[in-house]
Write a protein that binds this ligand. Structure first.
Ligand code: UT7
Length: 332
């Protein structure tokens, strides 16, 4: 039986640290407000000229090295991002170019905070069906280019950070060993406008105009309370769906890696599932919300720190814009 597993992980964040105090110098906010409401102390922003693809290249090289792959071993690339370098083409082809892999297929997944989990499920399916044996899956974001760094942007600008995470996924035939077990993907488009960047977009003509800069629609809009309210329900729901599918209970999971949306959301999910805090991993204090990159960054850090070890039962879970929510259960 063909299955797939994560063979290697990598992550990369830019060196430039932006603290809450740095943000308070340019907008009406404070370290206390941000820390208390989100758990974030600092995030990383790229320097001018550094793109999301550049971050992805570094994360990918680390993942390739951990997996013991050469770049030429990659048969397909899946790139999750909501902050692509260009409107089109997507970042997948740019990463493919940087890795020197002409001819290798590359696909972008535009699923925001759940982009990495959706991408991993696609990689797993391609491998199970025999289409590929080795796929590179990346989540990378350069939020800092699109945030509104003044008082009008303070409700979203304080949340997001830049970074990239990557995993190498390869084929395995061991039904008891390291493997991706199941994926659970959901969406509810009735909430599409509750967390979005509307412009530029072909839903309006022209799709880009000076008005869109003035009306703020080219920056993120978020109904924070609605997102919060849905997230604290959907996260536990989808994690339980994954566990129920295998006849497992929360105490049998070794590690939960939630998308890093807000520490208060993570704490609420931890409590609802009755999990000890140390089993639910978090790095939001240092990196903020890096959207599609957040889960693979946490995973890669945890692998390097031995917090996640081979054989551990790990549940990845995400919620975000769309609304979309998703989980992957795996034996790492
Ligand atoms: O990956 C998914 C992405 N998003 C999320 O997960 C976000 C989910 N939502 C949240 O995390 C929270 O809703 C926030 C952290 C975004 C906001 O926390 P909140 O407790 O829901 O605050 P609020 O939006 O109700 O705002 C409370 C007050 C308001 O002032 P008034 O009306 O009470 O005078 C806001 O204007 O806080 C004000 N406010 C700020 N104050 C200082 C909003 N943003 C800021 C800010 N600094 N950055």
């Amino acid at each position: 039986m063909r299955l797939s597993r994560i063979a290697g992980t990598g992550h990369f964040v830019p060196a430039r640290v932006v603290t809450n105090h740095d943000l308070a110098a340019v907008m009406d906010t404070s370290d206390e407000w941000i820390l208390e409401r989100t758990g974030i102390r600092e995030r990383r922003f790229t320097e001018d000229g550094v793109t999301g693809t550049d971050l992805a290249v570094e994360a990918s090289r680390q993942a390739l090295s951990e997996a013991g792959w050469e770049a030429g071993d990659v048969q397909f690339i899946i790139f999750a991002t909501l902050s692509p370098d260009m409107y089109f083409p997507g970042n997948g082809v740019l990463l493919q170019r940087e890795l020197g892999l002409p001819g290798v297929g590359a696909m972008d997944v535009r699923n925001q905070c759940t982009g990495f989990v959706y991408s991993l499920s696609a990689a797993d399916a391609y491998i199970r069906m025999g289409m590929y044996d080795r796929i590179l899956v990346v989540g990378a974001e350069r939020h800092s280019a699109g945030l509104r760094m003044d008082d009008r942007g303070r409700d979203t600008a304080v949340l997001f950070g830049d970074g990239a995470g990557a995993v190498c996924v390869d084929v395995t035939t061991d039904p008891e060993g390291s493997r991706l077990i199941s994926h659970h993907l959901h969406a509810d488009g009735r909430f599409a406008e509750e967390l979005c960047i509307k412009s530029p977009g072909a839903g309006r003509k022209p799709w880009l105009s000076a008005d869109m800069v003035d009306d703020g629609s080219s920056h993120p809009f978020m109904n924070g309370r609605e997102v919060f309210r849905n997230a604290v329900t959907r996260f536990p729901e989808v994690i339980m769906e994954a566990l129920d599918g295998q006849g497992l209970t929360p105490d049998q999971v070794d590690v939960v890696i939630p998308h890093q949306a807000n520490q208060r959301i993570t704490d609420a999910v931890t409590k609802r599932l009755g999990l000890p805090r140390e089993k639910v991993l978090s790095n939001i204090e240092r990196f903020g919300n890096t959207t599609a990159a957040s889960i693979p960054i946490v995973l890669s850090e945890a692998v390097k720190a031995d917090t996640v070890q081979r054989g551990d039962l790990v549940c990845l879970a995400a919620f975000g814009s769309g609304f979309t929510w998703a989980a992957t259960l795996m034996r790492y």
